[in-house]
Design a binder for this molecule. Structure first.
Ligand code: GDP
Length: 471
């Protein structure tokens, strides 16, 4: 895909603010700006990274409307920021007009810019141009959209590391090592008649295993990355009347789930989100699991089982009375969560067992590792919040290690790892040098799709069409 030579324009801010920013980018950006902006001097001659105060005007005819000054109607006062190629976000000539946030003023400026030769930018077109100009790689461009969408400290840290190139440099190192291996193999092919092995098979194997371990690490980090981006799924499971809805309300601090004395009233799964110490959690309230003839309730139960099986954390709520009665650990606490077979529990699922209604059993001693709680009074809720937060290991983020959060990257890493596995197998079986090289080329190919060295117009269009206008 090639950038066209059009000058593009779009609002970069959402309606409703006191100020608005309109961006112009492309070879004619400054000339277009000069058609509608009157500062002390034309911006076309301005140095990069300068600000210019002036008026946005529309040229009017001799019988122009009111408020004219030398045949020009003033639309607004504005400040224009000038960035000269290649020192701009897109790498092109760029002007950013800051004006008052009136939707009318914004639409007038867009109309005037289009009248002067610009065209409306497509969603993500500024970032797409930045990518095509080599200002950033594809994974960094994608992180720009993630950064704009980030709403928690951890999703922000994730996008920020990726945008600043932490992930790209990890991939580049892998790539360089692979290219090194391949050039050794190619050298061998060049001298194939002489039957020499330039690449020591043992060393080759070690390096490939090293690369495999790093690919494994990146691939597996998706579990955390995806959870931080979309929210860590938490299922609150337990017998009817254990207090699941009450707990959810208590956690959320609002009347979200229906609480009732009649067992089986929470028919549907309810999802609600909550941020605890910078991590987004998605709570799935679950219908009371029990034998029933009611079809609707039955469906709710099936959904619950699937949600519990998929959840990263299961809060298993047990009525404290069960501990008081038996004095031992109830079966519900030790039984593994039911799986439907369709939705397997992801590895690393954490289970937090909580004894609820402790207010009714003052002084009851619980077995170790079981959290006491009164969902009704709120006693013990802070400890549960801590336990939830501690169940998500975000240490990798703190170290600035790249964490994969894009499904597209995850798939590419899985494919790269598979190809590397085949290359390692090949090495074991004494695969001919040229075929070994082929396998390694496949690994490189998949890694290249992440950073965008290898890409198609179709992929780029899909990626950038998900961006907002003006970015
Ligand atoms: P669910 O069926 O598991 O969703 O249970 P609910 O949240 O609907 O609660 C069932 C009943 O237990 C309601 O009457 C709640 O008020 C009550 N309940 C829930 N938590 C507590 C608690 O910590 N202490 C006491 N005493 N009652 C509770």
């Amino acid at each position: 895909m090639q950038s066209d030579n059009d000058t593009i324009v779009a609002p970069a801010t959402a309606p409703g603010g006191a100020l608005a920013v309109i961006r112009l980018s492309g070879p004619g950006a400054l000339a277009v700006c000069d058609c509608l902006f009157r500062g002390r001097t034309p911006v076309a001659g301005a140095p990069s990274h300068t600000l210019h105060y002036g008026r946005i005007v529309e040229r009017t005819g001799p019988d122009g409307t009111a408020e004219t000054e030398e045949g020009e109607r003033t639309v607004d006062d504005a400040v224009v920021a000038v960035f000269r190629a290649p020192h701009s976000y897109t790498g092109e000539e760029t002007a950013e007009i800051s004006c008052h946030g009136s939707p009318y003023i914004v639409s007038e400026i867009l109309r005037l810019a289009i009248g002067a030769g610009a065209r409306m930018a497509r969603p993500g077109e500024f970032t797409q141009r930045a990518f095509l100009a080599g200002r950033m790689d594809l994974s960094q461009a994608e992180a720009v959209a993630d950064l704009i969408a980030s709403s928690t400290r951890t999703s922000h840290a994730l996008a920020s590391t990726q945008m600043r190139g932490g992930y790209s440099s990890a991939l580049r190192q892998l790539r360089d090592r692979l290219v090194g291996l391949m050039s050794l193999l190619e050298l061998e092919l060049d001298f194939s008649e002489e039957d020499v092995e330039f690449a020591d098979r043992g060393e080759l194997c070690d390096t490939m295993r090293d690369i495999g371990a790093e690919l494994d690490r990146l691939r597996d980090s998706f579990l955390l990355g995806n959870a931080l981006k979309r929210g860590v799924a938490v299922a609150i499971a337990g017998a009817p009347n254990a207090g699941k809805s009450t707990l959810l309300n208590r956690l959320l601090g609002e009347e979200r789930a229906l609480v009732s004395e009649i067992p089986g009233t929470t028919r549907d799964t309810i999802e609600a989100t909550l941020v605890i110490d910078g991590v987004l959690f998605r709570f799935i309230d679950t219908a009371g699991v029990r034998a029933t003839d009611d079809r609707l309730e039955q469906m709710g139960i099936e959904r619950t089982r699937a949600a519990v099986a998929r959840a990263q954390i299961v809060v298993r709520l047990v009525d404290a009375a069960r501990f008081a009665e038996t004095g031992s650990v109830p079966e519900a606490v030790t039984a593994p969560p039911r799986s439907t077979g369709k939705a397997e529990a992801p590895h690393g699922q954490r289970i937090l067992t909580v004894a609820n209604k402790m207010d009714l059993h003052p002084g009851l001693a619980l077995p170790e590792g079981i959290l006491p709680l009164s969902a009704r009074s709120g006693e013990g809720i802070e400890r549960l919040r801590h336990a939830l937060r501690n169940a998500v290991d975000t240490e990798a983020l703190g170290h600035g290690d790249p964490v994969v959060s894009s499904a597209r990257h995850y798939e590419a890493l899985v494919a790269a790892r598979t190809a590397l596995g085949q290359a390692l197998d090949g090495l074991d079986r004494g695969l001919p040098t040229d075929l070994l090289g082929e396998e390694l080329r496949t690994v490189l190919h998949h890694l290249g799709t992440i950073t965008g060295e290898i890409t198609s117009d179709e992929i780029l269009t899909t990626i950038f069409s998900k961006f907002c206008i003006g970015k």
